[in-house]
Write a protein that binds this ligand. Structure first.
Ligand SMILES: [Zn+2]
Ligand SMILES: [Zn+2]
Length: 194
């Protein structure tokens, strides 16, 4: 009996959907089902094909918004949180659209800073209407809102869980203790919010 690697499969070779090269069934493709589902010659080709298929953030921003001629705002039409800020999923994580729009236009920025609207329109993602501010400018407003109701909104809870800020910074922004922030992040409270 010859070595296993010389085993020849009867299946005809396939053309890779990404690079077009022919590839054949080999010993690593254990079952017929696996071979039937193979579309790419290699892991690299499969990965590249999927990467190319997902439009870039800037294309998605363009497609998902419309200009508002009177104000010059660019209004995001997709998902939004309950304060009206646009949301976009990128690589499995939820992002605020105006922050993505700012980064696309001006480049990376200090994640502890807030992206604020000159136009006071939460769904606006026109980079000309956006500017960087400190968490304090925005946070005082949020803290007052939170204290008056005593309850976090769903959007606030999600914002805390998705934030890149430290728990101390979040506590300051929302006017609560770091203990509360920690409990929110660990889902000990507001467990139903998701
Ligand atoms: Zn290929
Ligand atoms: Zn605007």
């Amino acid at each position: 009996m010859g070595p296993r690697r010389n085993f020849i499969y009867p299946d005809a070779p396939k053309a890779c959907l990404h690079c077009g090269n022919l590839f054949e069934r080999h010993i690593g493709i254990a079952t017929q089902k696996l071979w039937d589902s193979r579309k790419f010659c290699s892991r690299a080709c499969g990965h590249e094909a999927r990467r190319v298929a997902i439009p870039s953030v800037s294309v998605r921003l363009d497609r998902g918004s419309i200009p508002e001629p009177n104000t010059g705002c660019t209004i995001w039409l997709g998902a939004a949180n309950n304060r009206g800020y646009g949301l976009m999923g990128v690589q499995g994580k939820l992002h605020l659209v105006h922050r993505l729009a700012y980064r696309e236009h001006y480049g990376e920025f200090d994640p502890s800073l807030d992206v604020l609207h000159k136009c006071d329109m939460p769904p606006c993602c026109n980079p000309m209407h956006l500017f960087l501010g400190t968490a304090v400018d925005n946070g005082q407003d949020m803290a007052t809102k939170f204290r008056s109701s005593g309850k976090m909104t769903k959007a606030q809870v999600l914002e805390i869980r998705l934030s890149n800020k430290t728990q101390r910074e979040l506590a300051k922004d929302f006017g609560v203790s770091t203990d509360t922030i920690s409990k929110i992040c660990l889902k000990k409270i507001y467990r139903h919010v998701r």
